[in-house]
Every structure is written in C-alpha cells, then in structure tokens.
Design a protein around this ligand. Structure first.
Ligand code: GCO
Length: 472
C-alpha cells in the first residue's frame, strides 16, 4: 500500500441506510414499506427468514451510533431517511408523521453537536407500501409523490444538512426490483418495467434538484446529487470487440442514469440498441422510454457532485447477438460477464477483492464526465463474522491505496471516501448472513450491543493519520 498521505481537504465518512439499521418498523406512526411488506408476506424471500423489524434498533440507539462515529473520527455520516416514517402512505398530499420528523431532527442535532457532518440519502430502497400499491417507481405520477416528500424533507431538515442525495443505487432498485425480482418489490419484467422505473427516477431526481435549487438553495446553500453504483468492467482481452463490450457495459449499467443527468439523454448505444431490438421484436416504439426536448434540458446537469458506490470488478467480453426473442435489459446490453476465480473471495458471491479496479473506474469517470468532483459513497467488504477481520483491513488498505494513486498520480478529483458500513445490518435478501460492519452487532442480545472489530481500529487510525501504513 502507498505510504503517501491523503490531502488535508480529503474527507472520510461511513454509511448506513434506514431500513437496514433502524428497526421500530411500526412504531410511533411509521408506515409499512416495501421491505416490511415482503418480509411479512413472503418470509422465505429472505435467507433464514430474517426481517428488519428490529435489526440494529437504531431508532432507539442512535446516540450509541453517533458515539461510534465519534470514536472512529469520521468527518461525516451518510445515512438515509425512511420515507414511510416521515410520510406513512408516501403519496402526495398525505399526512406527515411528526414523530418521524422529530427522530431525524434529533439524530441530526446529535451529529451537529458532535461535529459530524450529515450526508443524507432521501430514498434508499424502502419506499412506502401504499406508494407501491399506487404503482411505485414505474407509475408516471411517481415524480409528484417524490416532489411532495422532498419538500417536506428540505423544509424540516434543510437547516442542518448541506449534502443531499436524492436516490440510492437506482440501478439496483430498477434492475433487481423490477427486472430480475431479487430486491423488493420483486417484479421481474426486465427490458420493460426496469426501463420505466429508471425513466421515472431520473425525472423525479431532476425535479428534486430543481426544487432545491429554486426554493431552498438560496437560504440553505447545500449541494444535491444522486448515488449510482457500478463495478469496473475490465475488457476480457485487448481485442477491439472486448474493449467495446466493456464500454457498452459501463454505458448500460452506469451511463443509463449518469448520461441523462450529465448530458440530458440516454447513451446513444442504449438508444440505438433498444430501438433496433424493440422493432425487430414487433413493438411499435422502443421499449426504452423517450425524454422530450424539454425534459432533456431540464434533466441535464442536475448534479453538484458525482457519487458512486463501488465494490468489485468483473470481466466484460463481446458475445454472439442474443436470440432476438429474448426481451431483457441484459440481452439489450449483450455482454458476457465473468470473474477470475483466483480473485479473493468474500462473504458475498458477487464481491471479489480487486483493488486495482477502483482506480480504473475512477479514471473512466474522470474521462467520461469531464473531470467531475467525485464522492465514493460506499465501498467495503462482507464476511461471515468475527472481530479480528483482517480481510476487511486489507480490503480498505488496498482499495484506499488505489484511490490515493488516482488522486495523486492521475488527477482524479475524488474528495470523499465512505466505508460501508458502520455496523453489521440487514443485508436485504441475504438478511443477517452477510456482515459488512466495522462494528459487530449482537442480534441475539435485546440491547443489540455493538463491539468494534479490528477494522474499526484500523479505519480510525487511517482517519487520524491520513495514512494507510504505519508511517507516512
Ligand atoms: C446500498 C447498498 C447497501 C448494501 C451494500 C452491500 O444500496 O446502500 O446496496 O445497502 O448493504 O451495497 O451489498
């Protein structure tokens, strides 16, 4: 690992999300969200029939969480708001829950009192079940419901928050939630509802950005962005076809969202391929929805920073054209993906330790989006448990070393790094079986006691010294 220091202006943080840690699923007026609903109605959907009814109980233990943040010495805390705790039905003009507002005001005040900056995600995977009954993200009115929610959020919390994130990982919400069915609400019409979901999220994001810009930014002076997730897609060989497959994968997985937000419209490779395949399949128009000229102008440039969650690398290889009868986002993209079996395994099947990939990804972002300010809003690794988590220490050391090289040698403008996650928590369909925390949580203990792992000591030392090894 590098023995150089992080610049003095570089900030370190750590992340959680509401549904993964809060519990108190129906307390003090909170409404049911799509994950409460799926866990309660289809328990076998989750490993070990786990649910997040209590999870880390952060609704009651947020002061403990803040004390842990303080111990780590992080500059900021990235957490998310539970939409159904704030607006139980989630729909425009429906009642606001005062206890939900109070909870987040208390948490924010506790952070401010401890000199920890909040970085707040407005929507992270857990929208209200009633909103889902109204159609959720694919509903064309979705942006109105989201606009109502963000106004409530900016009005009540904006005096304490300078950094906002509208949505977390819409790729996963849409592609898994509506495409493959591997996240709630578990619909699986890939190549159709996933495109519609993305389209409405992009429009809702742009609307939230403009609402902030026009109604709140003049007093509150904050910044707004969206968190997108991506792996690095390394060309399987140096052949022109594989290099092109890698670029196509990045455009279908990341450009799908970022290209409109940066440049107004979907990447041309997506527009062209989905148009052509839709026609061949007998559709009268493309399965990829179209933005109007006005929408393109409205969406373009709606970000103050580029925020990414990234964990791993995958090889991308050109392949034979898919059978034209297959309707799916994956067949529209048409890239073979595979990993190198020698890459170090982790607690998650999708996550191998590939530190060099993050540096390549950062360079690709710099080049593709004209050298933006970049926040890494999640990076981390899972295991099956244990306090002496040497693999996690090694993961942070090597990934951070590559981030540092990207900053110091490649001139990539990364200004923040956020570890995932503060503590072990509810890992969606994997329940509590995969652990990403720097703190261990005892889920058998009614107090949900938290204990620092070796990686917590390591991260605290990195933050204190701005250095990855013993001496810089
Ligand atoms: C997110 C992430 C987290 C996951 C993490 C590890 O959306 O914030 O999906 O919720 O826990 O990415 O899989």
């Amino acid at each position: 690992a590098s023995n150089r220091s992080f610049p003095a202006s570089f900030k370190f943080g750590i992340a959680t999300s509401a549904h993964q840690i809060e519990g108190a699923w129906n307390e003090d007026g909170k409404g049911e969200n799509i994950w409460d609903h799926i866990c309660h109605t289809n328990p076998n959907y989750i490993d070990n029939r786990d649910n997040a009814d209590i999870t880390c109980d952060s609704y009651h233990k947020y002061k403990k969480d803040v004390a842990m943040l303080k111990y780590l010495g992080v500059n900021y805390y990235r957490f998310s708001l539970s939409w159904s705790r704030i607006i139980p039905f989630g729909i425009a003009d429906s009642p606001v829950n005062p206890a939900g507002i109070l909870y987040y005001q208390n948490l924010l005040q506790e952070l401010v009192d401890n000199n920890i900056e909040p970085l707040v995600t407005i929507s992270c995977f857990d929208h209200p079940e009633t909103l889902q009954e109204y159609g959720g993200f694919p509903n064309p009115e979705f942006e109105e419901h989201f606009a109502y929610y963000v106004r409530v959020v900016f009005q009540n919390f904006g005096h304490l928050v300078k950094y906002w994130i509208t949505f977390n990982e819409p790729l996963e919400s849409c592609q898994q939630g509506y495409g493959t069915g591997t996240l709630a609400p578990a619909y699986s019409h890939s190549g159709l509802t996933d495109y519609k979901c993305a389209h409405n999220i992009i429009k809702a994001h742009a609307k939230a950005y403009h609402i902030y810009d026009e109604e709140f930014r003049p007093q509150q002076q904050g910044s707004v962005g969206i968190v997108l997730d991506t792996s690095w897609y390394e060309p399987a060989t140096g052949s022109a076809a594989d290099v092109e497959a890698s670029e196509r994968a990045l455009q279908f997985l990341f450009g799908w969202y970022m290209h409109p937000i940066a440049y107004g419209n979907y990447p041309s490779v997506m527009i062209d391929r989905v148009d052509q395949r839709s026609k061949q399949q007998g559709f009268n128009t493309s399965r990829l929805p179209k933005f109007t000229e006005d929408e393109i102008e409205y969406i373009k440039g709606t970000y103050d920073f580029l925020a990414i969650n990234t964990y791993t690398t995958v090889y991308a290889q050109a392949k034979e054209e898919y059978d034209i009868d297959v309707i799916s986002w994956d067949s529209d993209m048409n890239v073979d993906m595979f990993i190198d079996d020698s890459w170090e395994e982790t607690g998650s099947s999708w996550l191998r330790v590939v530190p060099w990939g993050i540096r390549k990804l950062l360079n690709w972002l710099k080049k593709t989006y004209n050298n933006p300010e970049i926040f890494i809003t999640e990076n981390g690794v899972s295991d099956k448990g244990g306090l002496q988590d040497d693999q996690r220490i090694n993961f942070f050391r090597e990934y951070l070393s590559n981030v540092l090289d990207a900053v110091l040698d490649d001139g990539v403008n990364v200004t923040r790094y956020t570890a995932w996650s503060l503590m072990d928590n509810f890992e969606w369909v994997r329940g509590f079986s995969e652990k990403f925390g720097l703190y261990h949580v005892d889920f058998e203990d009614p107090e949900r006691s938290r204990t620092p792992k070796a990686s917590a000591e390591y991260y605290a030392q990195v933050i204190a010294t701005r250095c990855l090894v013993d001496v810089c």
